[in-house]
Design a protein around this ligand. Structure first.
Ligand code: FAD
Length: 313
C-alpha cells in the first residue's frame, strides 16, 4: 500500500486550492495514508485549512523561521527528510511545485514524474507531452519513492469536511546558505487569481493596445472573472507576463473561458484544454478558436464587448 506526502502550497496564511487538487491525485492511488506537509515560519493557520480537506490523514507542520518564504532550495532538504517512509511525494504543478520538486527529486536521487494527469497504478501515470497534443504513459521504477508534480487542471479539488490530526514534525536537515530570499516582484490585483478562478476573460493581439485592455477588464469585472492574455498580447506589452495563458504561460481549467481577439493557436489552446464552457469573440469567422469554442461570436470586439457588458448589467 502506498503512503503519500503532499506538500502544501500557501501564501500569506492562505492554503492554495492547488493543494486540494493534489490531494485528489493522491487519493486516486487508494493509499493507506495521505499526509499534507505545511512548511512555514508559523504553519498553524494553513495547517488548520489543510486538515479540513477530506481524505487527509495527518497534517505535518514544519515550523522554521527559514520557511517564511517558499524558497525551493531551503524547503527541499526538509521535504527530502520528511519523505522517509513515504512511497510518493506529490506537489502541484504550479510555479511553486515546479520549482521545489526537482530539488527534492535530486536530493532523493530519483527522477521526477511531471504533470501527472491520471493514475494508472502505483507507479504508472499519464502525462501530457508535445504541448498537450499527446498523452504518454510513464512508469516510475518500483522500489523507490515517486516524486511527482500534479497537473492541477486535470484534478478537481478534494472536498472539504475532513478533520485530520495536526502534528508538529521535527526535521533534521541542513539548510543551504547559497540561496536567499531577496524579494517578490508580483503584480497586485483585487481580481481573482488566474490559476484558480472559476471564470476567466482573456484578451489577445486583437485587443490592440494596453489602453484597449480596459474593455477586457470591464467585462471581467462584470463576470467576477480573472483576466488572462495570449502570448502575443503579452509580447506586445499590453499586459504583464503573469497573465499569459498557454503552453509557456498558465494552464488553467475555469468553468467559463472567454477568449477575446485571440486566434486560437495550439500553444494557447494547450492552456485551456480543461476549461468548461469556452466563448470566443473574434471578427474572423475562420479563426481556429471557433473550432473548440462552445459559443462563438463573430464580430468586432469593440462593438460586442460593450453590448455583452450592458446585457450583463
Ligand atoms: P493573433 O494570432 O494575431 O490573433 C489575433 C486575433 O484577433 C485574430 O484571430 C483576429 O481575427 C482577431 N481580431 C483582431 N482584431 C479584432 C477585433 N477588432 N475584434 C475581434 N477580433 C479581432 N501563445 C499563447 O497564447 N500562450 C502561450 O503560452 C504560447 N506559448 C508559445 C510557445 C511557443 C514555443 C511558441 C512557438 C508559441 C507560443 N505562443 C503562445 C504563441 C502562439 O503561437 C500565437 O502566436 C499566439 O497565441 C497568438 O496570439 P493571439 O491569438 O492573441 O494573436
Amino acid at each position: 500500500m502506498s503512503k503519500v506526502l503532499v506538500i502544501a502550497e500557501h501564501l500569506d496564511g492562505k492554503l492554495n486550492s492547488s493543494t486540494a487538487k493534489t490531494v485528489s491525485a493522491a487519493a486516486a492511488l487508494n493509499p493507506e495514508a495521505i499526509d499534507v506537509a505545511v512548511l512555514a515560519a508559523d504553519p498553524a493557520t494553513v495547517a488548520a485549512q489543510a486538515a479540513r480537506i477530506a481524505g487527509v490523514t495527518r497534517v505535518l507542520t514544519v515550523a522554521n523561521a527559514a520557511n517564511v518564504h517558499a524558497v525551493a532550495q531551503v524547503l527541499a532538504p526538509q521535504v527530502a527528510a520528511l519523505a522517509a517512509g513515504y512511497s510518493h511525494v506529490f506537489a502541484p504543478s504550479t510555479t511553486f511545485g515546479k520549482d521545489l520538486l526537482p530539488c527534492v527529486a535530486a536530493l532523493l536521487g530519483v527522477n521526477q514524474v511531471s504533470d501527472l494527469m491520471a493514475v494508472e497504478g502505483e507507479h504508472t501515470f499519464k502525462r501530457p507531452i508535445y504541448a498537450g497534443n499527446a498523452v504518454v504513459t510513464v512508469q516510475a521504477p518500483a522500489g523507490q519513492v515517486v516524486v511527482a508534480t500534479v497537473r492541477t487542471a486535470s484534478w478537481p479539488e478534494a472536498a472539504q469536511g475532513g478533520n485530520a490530526a495536526i502534528e508538529a514534525a521535527s526535521v533534521d536537515a541542513a539548510l543551504p546558505t547559497h540561496t536567499r530570499y531577496v524579494g517578490l516582484a508580483a503584480g497586485s490585483s483585487d481580481r481573482p487569481d488566474l490559476q484558480s478562478a472559476r471564470r476567466v476573460v482573456s484578451g489577445g493581439r486583437g485587443v490592440g493596445s494596453a489602453e484597449n485592455f480596459a474593455i477586457v477588464y470591464a467585462l471581467a469585472d462584470k463576470l467576477g472573472a480573472a483576466v488572462g492574455a495570449s502570448r502575443a498580447a503579452v509580447d506586445a506589452g499590453y499586459c504583464p507576463n503573469e497573465m499569459q495563458v498557454g503552453q509557456t504561460g498558465k494552464i488553467i481549467a475555469p468553468e467559463l473561458y472567454v477568449a477575446v481577439g485571440i486566434s486560437g493557436a495550439i500553444q494557447h489552446l494547450t492552456g485551456i484544454k480543461d476549461a468548461g464552457t469556452i466563448v470566443a469573440i473574434n471578427k474572423d469567422a475562420e479563426a481556429p478558436i471557433f473550432e473548440i469554442a462552445d459559443i462563438g461570436l463573430v464580430g468586432d470586439l469593440f462593438t460586442l464587448l460593450p453590448e455583452l457588458e450592458a446585457a450583463l448589467a
